[in-house]
Design a protein around this ligand. Structure first.
Ligand code: SAM
Length: 288
């Protein structure tokens, strides 16, 4: 088995070097393919990110790259070559592969030119000390990878400071979630906590926790979000927030609805909330 953390092994290529691979049966390729499963990602503490833009963003933000998989079609592409050089320089392994192998690794018919394998990073709640008008999003047992990825991307877009994953959640480092974040998974910190740990941490938090609840009696537009750091808490897709978490909220907000839908999609509700929470913090700049 390829040890993504090893720096020097005799049976497998050393990190800090380039190796060419054309067979799906190659053991390193098999290990890369196994990263589609959470069990193996967690064992190795790594995850995959597809595409040159994501890989460059991650390198620029100092994420530790373990392996860069490079399709032959990427040869001659200056940025891809630079990413490969940076990988080798930081002690990572560069794998040059055929299209077939790349498709096998990413389980896609039209794979990207490069795929990076990075070290997972979680921050500890102990170090979370919101201040000023900081915004954080706390997600209770989020299940759907697309929802989680979309929330992380939106959180990044509104300038939130981090996402707190409470309880048993879908893996932020699955291929599907990473894809849905469009690179934002590299841009903002992820915290992980059990419900009990979150409730414990909360005792020392003097900002405002705004929960969203279909039974909330407060219109989300009537809350003053600007004065304190805010933690926006969102409920599980099927069950919504449990009483234990709802009771710890300073406010329970509801987004008005008309029509037949029972509720909004979790990621959509998060976006609607975030744009209200960040109303004063966000101004249109000159970006196209
Ligand atoms: N059946 C669940 C329930 O009864 O709570 C529906 C959960 S909804 C799909 C997922 C989450 O999105 C909710 O827990 C809440 O955080 C948020 N949400 C969805 N629609 C909302 C609304 N109209 N007002 C406030 N929050 C909402």
């Amino acid at each position: 088995e390829y040890d993504f953390s090893a720096s020097n092994r005799s049976s497998t290529p050393r990190n800090g070097q380039v190796k060419e691979v054309t067979s799906l049966a190659n053991p390193i390729v098999k290990d890369l393919r196994s990263l589609a499963m959470k069990k193996f990602r967690d064992q190795q503490g790594v995850f995959m990110a597809e595409g040159l833009k994501l890989v460059i963003d991650a390198l620029d933000l100092n994420w530790k790259i373990k392996v860069l998989v490079f399709a032959k079609s990427g040869k001659g592409n200056k940025l891809a070559e630079q990413a490969a050089a940076r990988t080798v320089a930081s002690g990572g392994l560069v794998l040059e592969v055929s299209e077939k192998v790349m498709a096998g690794i990413t389980r896609r018919d039209n794979p990207q030119m490069v795929v990076g394998v990075f070290e997972q990073q979680y921050q500890s709640l102990k170090n979370l000390k919101p201040s000023g008008n900081d915004t954080y999003i706390a997600l209770d047992r989020v299940r759907d990878p697309g929802n989680l990825g979309t929330v992380i991307r939106t959180a990044d877009a509104v300038g939130a400071k981090g996402v707190i994953l409470i309880g048993d959640t879908t893996d932020p480092y699955s291929l599907e979630t990473v894809r849905a974040t469009m690179g934002s998974v590299f841009a903002l910190p992820l915290y992980r906590a059990s419900e009990a740990d979150f409730l414990q941490w909360r005792k020392g938090f003097s900002g405002m926790i705004v929960g969203t609840h279909l039974k909330g009696s407060v219109d989300y537009r009537t809350i003053d979000y600007a004065k304190k750091p805010v933690i926006l808490m969102m409920g599980n897709e099927q069950q919504g927030l449990p009483d234990t978490l709802a009771e710890t909220c300073d406010k329970l907000a509801r987004i008005p609805q008309a029509g037949r839908a029972d509720s909004l999609n979790l990621a959509i509700a998060t976006a609607v909330m975030l744009y209200e929470v960040r109303r004063e913090a966000l101004i249109l700049d000159e970006r196209p």
